[in-house]
Design a protein around this ligand. Structure first.
Ligand SMILES: [Cu+2]
Length: 135
């Protein structure tokens, strides 16, 4: 009985020692390798998503092109590449560039409410497209 207890104790002590060694050794290893490693080895990811260029809706050949998905409240550029004037006007009135002369561009603030917005040119109502607001 006592032998068995002491044997169990011995095993426990050994296991405890092993655990202590296992804890101690890796700690010692990291502390010795750490100074050898240059601190500058962690390059900061150079802000890829920091400031994306403004999205652009192009109007060319009496047709809308370019950006179709924008962030809520995002400011986009509407570029009129035609000679004729155009507008980018939401069917529900939530945005409107007003007249954009040929070769000119306008800044337009998108709605904050997510959804797909139909828009048209108020001068040429057959010019229609959609833009989706989503975060
Ligand atoms: Cu037009």
């Amino acid at each position: 009985m006592t032998k068995r207890v002491s044997a169990t104790l011995a095993i426990c002590t050994l296991a405890g020692l092993g655990a202590a060694l296992a804890l101690f050794l890796p700690a010692q290893q990291t502390s010795t390798t750490a100074p050898a490693e240059p601190v500058a080895a962690q390059p900061e990811p150079a802000a890829p998503a920091a400031t994306p260029a403004a999205q652009v809706v192009n109007i060319e050949g009496f047709s809308f092109g370019g950006a179709t998905v924008v962030q809520p409240g995002e400011q986009i550029t509407v570029s009129n590449l035609d000679g004729a004037s155009h507008t980018m006007t939401a069917n529900d009135g939530s945005f409107d560039t007003g007249l954009i002369a040929g070769g000119a561009s306008a800044t337009l603030t998108m709605p904050t409410a997510p959804g797909t917005y139909q828009y048209f040119c108020s001068l040429h109502p057959s010019m229609v497209s959609t833009i989706t607001v989503q975060s």
